[in-house]
Design a protein around this ligand. Structure first.
Ligand code: PLP
Length: 328
């Protein structure tokens, strides 16, 4: 899915809330030419029964973002708490009563030519209504990409560095042109790394397997939730180990995980069915647990969620919070 944004959407830019149409950067902005930005992706899930919008683990996302910005020497001056509050305030000001995707972006903002970065940084946060990123109801057909995943010593895949997403764009474009729903990228060693915007799990002999964090993957927050849910609720452990390409062809189940994709089953790889070509039982169970946990239906995972609206207030916007003060 592509989310086209309404120009009247309220966004956070240059330390202010303003309409999207007013949030502009100059043509010489460093990040635009050299990819020197770091972004995040955070989900908010609307629950009709609770009349509530639950933002999923925003503090963990902002912590990851701030750490990864450090790789590019980008300082985000706001605290994690202030960033979470700005995010909730964006939801309220936009009066969202639907599923939402939040896109924080920090970047080298100097407007000049020359690749050497300086200390001029900026950040923005945009939140927009967002449905399914991949239409995975019947399971996806994934193709192993001819492009290799970026190496840690070239551009670290563990950070969502803007320039590194050329790698993801090349692979996902190739996959779609070849008739696949999504790409699977191998690393330079030939082991499975991840999808273009998602981590990957397979099931073999009743256990989950996913590439390790040193395997040129993003250290996914959904990946972490899946491992916790599988172990605690299903008694299924995860081995973090390299995966051979050919294991994709002989595994029992396969699925992608990510903020945008959620839990997306893969039922064919490179024109070969995964097992019998149907969505597997463990994948289904994890999908259901994930939906319940992210919609506030499992008490033990409520700590993952930050509700946007006052309970029992419905979705009435609450604009009293002094957010501007919190981030100055
Ligand atoms: C390359 C890549 N891998 C994995 C993920 C999944 O990470 P998370 O679960 O934190 O969204 C993403 C998410 O955007 C990604 O871009």
């Amino acid at each position: 899915m592509r989310a086209e944004a309404d120009p009247n959407l309220i966004v956070y830019f240059a330390s202010e809330f303003m309409p999207l149409r007013e949030a502009k950067v100059g043509i010489l902005t460093h990040a635009l030419h050299y990819g020197t930005g770091v972004f995040e992706g955070i989900r908010g899930h609307w629950d009709d029964a609770d009349q509530q919008l639950y933002v999923l683990r925003p503090a963990e996302h902002y912590e990851r973002w701030k750490h990864n910005c450090g790789i590019l020497h980008i300082e985000v001056p706001a605290s994690t708490e202030a960033l979470c509050e700005i995010t909730l305030e964006l939801m309220r000001r936009n009066e969202f009563r639907t599923n939402v995707y939040v896109r924080p972006l920090a970047y080298k903002s100097a407007e000049r030519v020359g690749v050497v970065p300086d200390e001029q940084n900026a950040f923005a946060i945009v939140a927009l209504p967002f449905g399914d990123y991949l239409h995975a109801e019947k399971g996806l057909h994934a193709g192993v990409s001819a492009w290799r995943r970026v190496e840690d010593n070239a551009i670290p895949a563990r950070a969502k560095i803007c320039g590194a997403y050329v790698n993801s764009a090349l692979a996902s474009d190739e996959a779609r042109r070849c008739g696949f729903d999504e790409a699977i990228l191998l690393d330079e060693d030939g082991h499975v790394a991840e999808g273009s915007t998602c981590n990957l799990f397979m099931v073999r002999k009743g256990a989950l397997v996913t590439p390790p964090v040193y395997g040129n993957v993003l250290e996914g927050i959904t990946r972490d939730m899946v491992m916790q849910l599988a172990e605690r609720e299903l008694g299924v452990c995860t081995a973090e180990r390299p995966i051979d390409r050919s294991e994709l062809y002989v595994c029992d189940e396969l699925f992608f995980t990510g903020t945008a994709v959620g839990i997306a089953p893969v039922v064919r790889v490179d024109h070969r069915p995964v097992k019998d070509g149907a969505i597997g039982a463990i994948t289904r169970a994890i999908q259901m647990l994930y939906v319940d946990a992210t919609h506030g239906r499992l008490d033990q995972y409520r700590t993952w969620l930050m509700p946007v609206y006052e309970p029992h207030d419905g979705a009435e916007p609450n604009t009293d919070l002094p957010v501007e003060q919190a981030v100055r």
